[in-house]
Design a binder for this molecule. Structure first.
Ligand code: FMN
Length: 161
């Protein structure tokens, strides 16, 4: 099974898990980068990021090069923002509707508190699927490496072998 990890990360947590999954699944990875960067500091970070998520924005992305026909599985990774998935994924999904058809799709979310389950439901709606092959939730994993996270990564990957 050939996999690609498609993710957005503002502050490195999602990227940390994306890197672990890339190794564990011998996958490729694609980082989504919005043309207009989100702020990483203070009030602006929560205000503009939160607004973008709540308004279901579709931010323009920096050019990326991917041929989804080369993959059996697509794993989406994102930080939870305002109880939903982050907007750069929406842009990617809308730009790749055809390429995502008939793929095995999994998703993982990073959060500091709650909202990931709702975010998975919203992401599934956006892709047009009823369920994911696997999901996993991590709490700010880059700052709190733990055995629990190692197990979660292992369980997640078992469903994708
Ligand atoms: C704009 C914004 C909104 C957020 N909203 C939530 C939320 O609704 N629930 C939650 O648990 N964490 C929320 N967080 C925290 C992040 O989801 C969490 O810190 C995540 O691990 C960050 O991943 P990253 O380092 O890949 O960006 C929010 C963070 C930002 C910047």
């Amino acid at each position: 099974m050939k996999s690609i990890i498609v993710y957005f990360s503002l502050e490195g947590n999602t990227e940390y898990i994306a890197d672990e999954l890339t190794k564990a699944l011998s996958a490729d990875k694609l980082k989504l980068v919005p043309k207009k960067a989100y702020s990483t500091s203070g009030f602006s970070k929560f205000f503009w990021g939160g607004k973008s998520a709540v308004m279901a924005e579709k931010p323009e992305l920096e050019p990326y090069d991917v041929d989804l026909s080369a993959y059996d599985q697509v794993v989406f990774g994102f930080p939870v923002w305002a109880g939903t998935f982050t907007p750069p994924l929406r842009t990617f999904i809308l730009e790749n509707k055809e390429g995502l058809k008939n793929k095995k799709i999994a998703a993982f979310a990073c959060q500091s508190g709650a909202g990931a389950e709702r975010a998975f439901a919203k992401l599934g709606e956006c892709i047009g699927i009823d369920s994911f092959a696997a999901t996993a939730i991590f709490i700010d994993p880059k700052d709190k490496p733990s055995e629990e996270n190692t197990h979660k990564i292992g369980d997640f990957c078992k469903n994708l072998q």
